[in-house]
Design a protein around this ligand. Sequence first.
Ligand code: HEC
Ligand code: HEC
Ligand code: HEC
Length: 260
Amino acid sequence: MNNNKLFFVLLLTFLLLSVGFFASQCSQSNKKQSEVENEYLGDAACKSCHKTEHDQWLASDHFKAMQASNDSTVLGDFNNAIYSADGVTSRFFKKDGKFFINTQGEDGKNHDFEIKYSFGYYPLQQYLIEFDRGRMQVTRQSWNSRDNKWFHQYAGQNILPNDWLHWTGNAQNWNTMCAECHSTNLKKNYNFDTDSYNTTYSLLTVSCESCHGPAKEHINYIGSAAYKSGKKEKGSYMLMPKNSSQHSEINTCFPVMQEK
Ligand code: HEC
Ligand code: HEC
Ligand code: HEC
């Protein structure tokens, strides 16, 4: 092979490799494009076309799975009520329109904790407190909304502050134990190195897209010329369409928890 030929062979190889490389880059970015195309839009985006479902959802416990605490969401007695059980005395009170519980903290002593969110509605309601490192904890004291009284989780047990089951410990940590099923599109975002969370969600509570999946593609499809000209797409790009199997319904309510 003379030098000229070698040069052309090398050039050709280089060109072929470059084409291959750019082609793979393109298909990768195309794939990413279609993956990110579907987005969570929130329940407000469904209202105009699905008013009946939206009204029903507003009246459901799913709408109340997690709510900012205020006079219309908090059911518990925060009128200076006192509850003693299992060696712990707690007081529930209001100050400047906010809700507080005075109860046993991590150090074994009583402190005031501000209730950030109410969790659930009926037949019981629980309460979330913000802690450092992005954590939220569920108080042991819970409201029985059927009989209107306070009660303890793990009633009858003497749980010490350093116990895994103490409300300040990992068993009662919202980020890991509760959040995935009680919000929409939750990302736990746990940082192992700093033992902290940067938990995010699209919507606070169990909204339409928590069960039906992100709806951007669905709404684009309904607005498309293809749909208007009569082209039907099974499920209309949504999860849990009509006549879903019992199996898929159960899997929606109790999904296999994944590391996110
Ligand atoms: C512009 C109107 C429009 C909007 C906005 C809209 N939808 Fe729909 N949706 C429709 C129509 C029309 C259908 C019926 C599609 C068909 O012909 O099968 C439908 C069907 C559905 C179905 C049932 C699919 C099936 O096959 O049973 C679900 C679930 C659904 N929508 C959820 C949602 C959710 C959740 C939102 C909001 C995030 C939403 N939709 C927003 C118009 C809309
Ligand atoms: C695997 C999913 C899942 C996890 C994890 C989960 N929940 Fe729930 N939770 C549900 C479902 C589903 C219901 C509705 C059950 C029913 O109504 O019978 C529910 C209902 C409730 C209710 C009842 C009130 C209501 O409005 O129906 C409370 C309170 C509650 N959960 C608190 C918690 C707390 C606190 C945690 C974490 C320690 C937690 N949940 C973790 C799925 C979950
Ligand atoms: C807790 C889960 C859950 C939530 C939250 C939820 N849905 Fe559904 N949805 C379902 C299930 C389950 C079905 C029935 C599927 C079947 O027939 O098997 C359904 C059915 C539907 C249908 C089809 C009804 C029909 O018969 O044509 C529409 C449209 C719909 N939902 C819209 C919504 C909208 C809009 C919201 C929010 C406002 C919402 N859904 C919230 C679970 C949910």
